[in-house]
Ligand binder design. Structure first.
Ligand SMILES: NC(=O)c1ccc[n+]([C@@H]2O[C@H](COP(=O)([O-])OP(=O)(O)OC[C@H]3O[C@@H](n4cnc5c(N)ncnc54)[C@H](OP(=O)(O)O)[C@@H]3O)[C@@H](O)[C@H]2O)c1
Length: 160
């Protein structure tokens, strides 16, 4: 059986996306954190997140959900036509990191046993929101940070 971790970043209102992109300017500290968590792992995403990233991530097994792969011009990913991992898909070490977007977070919220939640301080304008109810989870790690851009935030690791 696969285990699932959500990896997501939100502002104080749960805003997580804007017009197919992240709502905030580049936050290097958060990007490095994301790479540390996901490098050499299996990542699962929706087709819109694949497009928003400009294609599959290097050094990771990219699994992408879409109902119509004809629209997708990228290669080097494993396509699935449902939100669930088909049983025939073998995933090394079994944990899969769900990296968005909202559709995938909603589907996996109750299935996941771990969340890497990055909170970006402030409020940003956006069209996509996802709220994690932190009181449903146990906080096992918490780290405050300041990015070189001046943006501040904190990283939480939550488990069930
Ligand atoms: N802040 C963060 O941590 C974070 C992380 C990731 C993404 N984002 C942002 O989130 C936004 C995108 O999120 P989103 O929810 O709009 O899109 P998404 O979850 O990335 O992708 C949605 C797509 O998944 C496919 N899909 C949905 N249900 C499916 C099903 N039952 N079976 C197979 N495929 C299915 C469909 O692809 P087709 O249309 O091809 O069928 C659908 O259009 C962007 O703004 C992005 O920048 C933020």
């Amino acid at each position: 059986m696969n285990k699932f971790s959500l990896v997501l970043a939100v502002d104080h209102n749960g805003t997580m996306g804007m017009d197919g992109h992240l709502p905030w300017p580049k936050v290097i500290r958060d990007i490095k954190h994301f790479v540390d968590i996901t490098k050499n792992k299996a990542v699962l995403m929706g087709r819109k997140t694949l497009v928003s990233m400009g294609g599959p991530l290097t050094s990771r097994l990219n699994i992408v959900a879409s109902r119509n792969f004809e629209k997708v011009r990228y290669k080097n990913f494993v396509g699935i036509s449902t939100l669930d991992i088909p049983p025939q898909l073998h995933i090394p070490n079994e944990r899969i990191y769900v990296i968005g977007g909202k559709t995938l977070y909603e589907h996996y919220y109750d299935i996941a046993d771990e969340i890497y939640l990055s909170i970006i301080n402030g409020t940003y304008y956006g069209d996509t929101h996802f709220n994690v109810n932190i009181s449903d989870w146990n906080i096992v790690d918490e780290e405050k940070w300041k990015d070189e851009s001046g943006v501040t935030g904190k990283f939480l690791r939550l488990i069930k």
